[in-house]
Design a protein around this ligand. Sequence first.
Ligand SMILES: Cc1cc2nc3c(=O)[nH]c(=O)nc-3n(C[C@H](O)[C@H](O)[C@H](O)COP(=O)(O)OP(=O)(O)OC[C@H]3O[C@@H](n4cnc5c(N)ncnc54)[C@H](O)[C@@H]3O)c2cc1C
Length: 422
Amino acid sequence: MSASAAFEQYVCEACNYIYDEALGDIDSGLPPGTRMQDIPDDWFCPVCGVSKSDFRKITPIAKRQANPATHTRSSEKKGVVILGGGNAGWCAIEALRAHGYEGSITLVSACNGGRYSKPQLSGLQSLGGLGALKGYTQAQDAAKALDVRLLCNTWALQVSRNTKRILTSRGSLAYEHLILALGASPRMPAFKGEGNERLHVLNDLKQYIEFNDILNVVKKTAWEQDRSTHVAIVGAGLVGCELANDFVNAGLEVSLIDQAALPLAARLAKDQAIALKLSLQGIGVRFIGESRVSHISSWQDHGVAIEMELEHGLIDAVKADIAIACMGIVPRLRLAESMGLQTNRGIVVNNTTLMAAEHVFALGDCVEINGQISATLEPINRQANCIASQIVGKPIAYEHRDTVWVVKTPCCPLVIRAAAKQ
Ligand SMILES: Cc1cc2nc3c(=O)[nH]c(=O)nc-3n(C[C@H](O)[C@H](O)[C@H](O)COP(=O)(O)OP(=O)(O)OC[C@H]3O[C@@H](n4cnc5c(N)ncnc54)[C@H](O)[C@@H]3O)c2cc1C
């Protein structure tokens, strides 16, 4: 090719980023005038991270079809980038559009970004299992409706607050405003014994599907052996109690194990906790309180039955076909810490602006406000509304409220207010 040949443009077929030979890509070390054929084969798309072979030369017709909003770096619209495709991430997007924000919105999510109501997960078995999940929307459909650029199954790895760029597992992108909606991880059990690895956890649909698949296997085995299926739940907090009620209603045998003497002991007043315990026992839950799990071993050949040793002075043991640990959640802080944001139990934000730093907001399960992690849906819409209002320049202050938990145990429905325990 002669040096005077016209420069070409190439479009990334994954994300529409356009590599323009005339401009090069300074961030990737390619000076203006670098021809596509001279770029090393291991170069990757600076926006989504696919390989050089995923670029297609733009013909005049394709040039007209390409989306101008995602053309070159120089015309790259930074807009709002949201990290996390759970309820908080989607609520933030909806709030931005509702506030009239017309700029570009990019959603980066480590999961597939599908929209659903998570509280359903602790009540599905008694309704017939996974098929009873209502209102699931594919991320692509939700993104289309809200005009969002979607980067699913993509991890945000690093954020530079100086350059306002995010490095993801599929390349880097720029932001004008960043919203952290990173949620929380289930607290992972770390008991002694190889059976620890067989404990399931539950904080999202993917984990529920994994649990449900194994549950169906062990149910089939138990049915063939003409016996009931036994599920052990370690942790009698909110989710543990709800699952226990749901599983018993679905015809499963349930042991609910906790180191405290009563279920939900950390949140309920004693008389309420006693009432909950009696109600759970009344429907058939075997509540094993004051029992600290000390060792878990595998049980049976197929890797789905678990033995636990409990200690409360005496050693007790429970053999279950499947077990799930419901030991609470831990806000995801690693990214915020690496950005130099203040973290404590969660990402610390200003309690009226929800700002963690200039141009950086946070909401949902990952934030701490007034020293509290809420881990409930109620504040998320109000948080999203507050953040969106600031991005469009018509700020509405966030009003922090004490958390209210609705305990979905049909045998003993309860409402807990954060400040109510006596
Ligand atoms: C079984 C169960 C029952 C519940 N019941 C109730 C109830 O009855 N009432 C109630 O109010 N609340 C309930 N909750 C809590 C409620 O569902 C949560 O408070 C809410 O869903 C949290 O949403 P979130 O978006 O903040 O977090 P998450 O749903 O955890 O979303 C976090 C998102 O961040 C993504 N992510 C994480 N790290 C990265 C990264 N580095 N890069 C990119 N993406 C990343 C994840 O993939 C995910 O998409 C329940 C929760 C569970 C598990």
